[in-house]
Ligand binder design. Structure first.
Ligand SMILES: NC(=O)c1ccc[n+]([C@@H]2O[C@H](COP(=O)([O-])OP(=O)(O)OC[C@H]3O[C@@H](n4cnc5c(N)ncnc54)[C@H](O)[C@@H]3O)[C@@H](O)[C@H]2O)c1
Length: 416
């Protein structure tokens, strides 16, 4: 079997998760790693698990000469500079087939559009990694409900949520570096899943036309003095000065251009979720049928009493973002597969080896960035935006949310 040789840029939390997923991917090899920190550790994990040579490179230019594709798994604020180095490497002769980028593609529309143009400038195939669209439960409900959709009509309402207690690194909390708060970080997942699950079978990813968007943001936990101090101490980010939202919810209405039917996707995201760990929940309603996914329901639960709790060294051995190590705990035996990482890698490798874009390419990632920015704009203006209005679309091209600029206090704290 032909394997795609990948070079990873960034070896943090996500790089490790993707390496775990690669244990289940047969058409990809981890050939190289370049990262400011963590490269040796990731390389050792890859070699121990026979994922590939995972040679540690001193820069992108060197790595690009020895791999088939590169994967951008470093922080959001580094995207443009990293992509410029990739483009320079291709211009210098590196024969890359494609480039993968983790969500979100950009922190705003201008950045995402620049990334698309950079990839196109050297004719690179692209993969936008939105793992949740590749989740097996999402794909299997679609297959199971295909006959119902054909006879009764497509879904008209979906609700998608991703929630946990907050990210693991300081840069995620800093709205200027990450792009905002939870709406930028995780709203991009839930907005993509909502649009995808509403889309009638057999239609393109962007067949349903974005029509209206409304959104509401809150700083419900991490703006309180006690939690603000903890954030400053633990993560070095001061939410009394540059706050970001820890809660976001909203509604996007789409129009079916053939039937004119309006359908709705609600999204909810939080960094102040206080249950076992990360929860993805998605549901959908069609005429006479429905689906529901809740990743906190696992076939495996364990119980650890107080007397035995000290034996558990790592809460996250049970579940991503787990916050408890005793009591009744949900455990997932294969999170990388459940969340869709396995399948997005298989898809990207198949596509790049065939000289094609992945199922989700960067142009699609740009559309998701646009919807996320539209949600920020709707919340900032306190109105429902008409996405069919050319003036709104034009404004979105240059829009940078006040929260992303570091001016979120007016929006997120009471004005006395
Ligand atoms: N799909 C998902 O659910 C999911 C989950 C987590 C993170 N992500 C995304 O993955 C990306 C990485 O997140 P993470 O959690 O791994 O972050 P992280 O902070 O844990 O790791 C980032 C890694 O990038 C390296 N790095 C930083 N700047 C660099 C640079 N200029 N050049 C090379 N390496 C650099 C760091 O040393 C570190 O190894 C982010 O864009 C994030 O949004 C996606």
């Amino acid at each position: 079997m032909k394997k795609l040789r990948i070079g990873m840029i960034g070896a943090g939390f996500l790089g490790h998760f993707q390496a775990i997923a690669m244990k289940q991917v047969r058409n990809m090899e981890l050939a190289g790693v370049f990262s400011l920190k963590g490269a040796e550790e990731l390389s050792r994990f890859a070699r121990d698990n026979e994922l590939g040579k995972a040679k540690v490179y001193p820069n992108i230019a060197e790595m690009a000469k020895n791999v088939d594709a590169v994967a951008i798994y470093c922080p959001n604020y580094t995207r443009i500079a990293i992509m410029e180095e990739i483009v320079a490497a291709v211009k210098a002769g590196a024969e890359l087939k494609g480039v993968i980028c983790e969500k979100p593609l950009g922190r705003n529309v201008a950045e995402a559009r620049k990334l698309v143009k950079l990839a196109e400038s050297v004719n690179l195939r692209t993969a936008y990694f939105e793992n949740q669209i590749h989740m097996k439960p999402i794909r299997i409900q679609m297959a199971q409900l295909a006959p119902q959709q054909r006879t009764m009509g497509p879904l008209t309402l979906t609700r998608s949520a991703e929630e946990h207690g907050g990210p693991h690194e300081g840069w995620f909390w800093d709205p200027t570096r990450q792009g905002g708060g939870v709406l930028c970080d995780m709203g991009c997942h839930s907005i993509a899943v909502g649009w995808y699950t509403l889309t009638p079978l057999g239609k393109d990813l962007t067949f349903l036309q974005p029509y209206r968007v409304s959104a509401d943001l809150g700083l419900l936990k991490w703006g309180q003095p006690k939690w603000r101090e903890k954030l400053l101490k633990d993560r070095g980010v001061d939410y009394s000065k540059t706050p970001a939202e820890d809660f976001a919810t909203g509604m996007i209405t789409y129009k079916n251009p053939e039937t004119k039917q309006l359908v709705k996707a609600q999204f909810t995201n939080s960094w102040m979720f206080e249950k076992q760990g990360l929860r993805l929940s998605m549901d959908g309603m069609g005429p006479g049928y429905a689906f529901e996914i809740n990743t906190l329901i696992s076939p495996l639960t364990i119980f650890i009493g107080d007397a035995a709790a000290e034996a558990v060294a790592d809460q996250e051995a049970a579940l991503e973002k787990a916050t408890a190590s005793r009591g009744l705990l949900s455990v997932h035996h294969n999170e990388a597969d459940l969340y869709g990482y396995t399948d997005e890698n298989i898809d990207a490798a198949d596509a790049f080896l065939a000289g094609k874009d992945a199922f989700l390419n960067w142009r699609y990632g740009l559309e998701i960035t646009k919807l996320v920015m539209a949600a920020y704009m709707a919340a900032e203006k306190g109105c429902t935006l008409d996405l069919t209005n050319a003036a709104v679309q034009k404004e979105l091209e240059k829009y940078v949310p006040a929260i992303q600029q570091g001016h979120g206090a007016d929006q997120l704290f009471a004005k006395k």
